[in-house]
Design a protein around this ligand. Structure first.
Ligand code: LMR
Length: 332
């Protein structure tokens, strides 16, 4: 498996040598527009700003990073198309948002697959996990690394303790058929909507609930318009830091290596932020008194697992049973 990954990198390096990428003017800095949808005080927001600062220190005059948070430049439904058109060079969409480009990354949306973030990290760093970073390469998008956010919780207008409590309720989901199936499994109604619309949909009661991480629920103030949050930890919300093949392979080799090394460091920093914010933002929400955090008993949690787990079978053929086994084994 390792050899396969290595040869994938070798193939990329070879195509880099022959690829006629964009020409960069000798005197102008190369501009990397980094577009994302979350607030700046989130793991992704902080990672993007750190990357920008580190590039300024290391490659001033040669490379300039411009960060656009809060869907200012592109929303999550447009950013990958814009990247392929060369209008943005870096993004870190949630792994759930690549479905139009590959089915393999659907693995990350399977409910109750990973028991904690350590298991997610083990899988992502394994040969299988690293190989998935190339899953969109033939569509012109290269994964440069994974960035953590954390496990997802269920927020709603009414308390959700057992699956029947969700029946008939409308939940906003990211653009993923696996997430749609997950909510259909509890007889709820999933609605695919961009992240930028979630607060208003909740506030106007056009939807009843949504699933997200502690840092997104806190930074986008969902907790102010959702009186209940069930600590379900039922799925993972992580990111693939992505660029276009055309841009990446067109960079001068020395610059590309320095940008990649800097990005790796920024990702490590972002992962530490993710770890801290998952705890801190949960506590901030509790302290606000605006939303009650519901902790499930083991018996209640088992009911959610039981009704949602058949979703794995539904997507097994697209994702690959061996890959699902490998991911599941990362829990051990
Ligand atoms: C969402 O749409 O809920 C998330 O993907 C937002 C994000 O980027 O964390």
């Amino acid at each position: 498996m390792f050899r396969k990954v290595t040869s994938a990198f070798a193939a990329l390096a070879f195509s880099a040598a022959v690829f006629a990428g964009p020409a960069f003017a000798a005197d102008d800095p190369i501009v990397i527009k980094f577009s994302h949808v979350v607030a700046e005080n989130t793991p992704k927001g902080q990672m993007a700003n750190k990357f920008k600062d580190m590039i300024k220190e290391r490659l001033d005059g040669k490379v300039k990073v411009e960060v656009f948070p809060n869907s200012q430049l592109f929303g999550d439904n447009k950013v990958l198309e814009a990247m392929l058109l060369g209008d943005v060079q870096l993004a870190a969409p949630s792994l759930s948002k690549f479905e139009r480009y590959t089915k393999s990354l659907q693995i990350y949306d399977l409910p109750f697959l990973f028991k904690d973030m350590a298991a997610v990290e083990r899988f992502q760093q394994s040969a299988d996990g690293q190989k998935l970073l190339h899953a969109t390469s033939d569509r012109g998008l290269i994964g440069l690394g994974y960035l953590h956010n954390g496990l997802k919780q269920l927020s709603a207008s009414e308390p959700l303790r057992v699956p029947q409590d969700a029946a008939g309720k409308k939940f906003r989901i990211m653009s993923s058929d696996v997430l749609a199936a997950q909510f259909q499994a509890v007889d709820a109604v999933p609605l695919k909507k961009p992240f930028s619309e979630v607060f208003t949909l909740l506030q106007t009661k056009a939807i009843d609930g949504q699933e997200n991480t502690w840092s997104n629920i806190y930074s986008k103030k969902f907790f102010e318009v959702q009186p209940y949050i069930t600590e379900s930890n039922h799925g993972v919300l992580d990111y693939m830091v992505v660029t276009s093949k055309e841009f990446w392979l067109g960079l001068p080799v020395d610059i590309r290596n320095e940008v990649k090394a800097t990005l790796d460091e920024a990702i490590k920093f972002g992962n530490d932020v993710a770890d801290q914010k998952a705890k801190a933002d949960r506590q901030r929400i509790i302290d606000s008194g605006r939303s009650e955090v519901i902790e499930l008993t083991d018996a209640e949690r088992s009911q959610w697992v039981e009704v949602m787990k058949p979703v794995w079978k539904e997507f097994e053929e697209d994702i690959g049973p061996d890959l699902i086994d490998a991911a599941y084994n990362s829990n051990m």
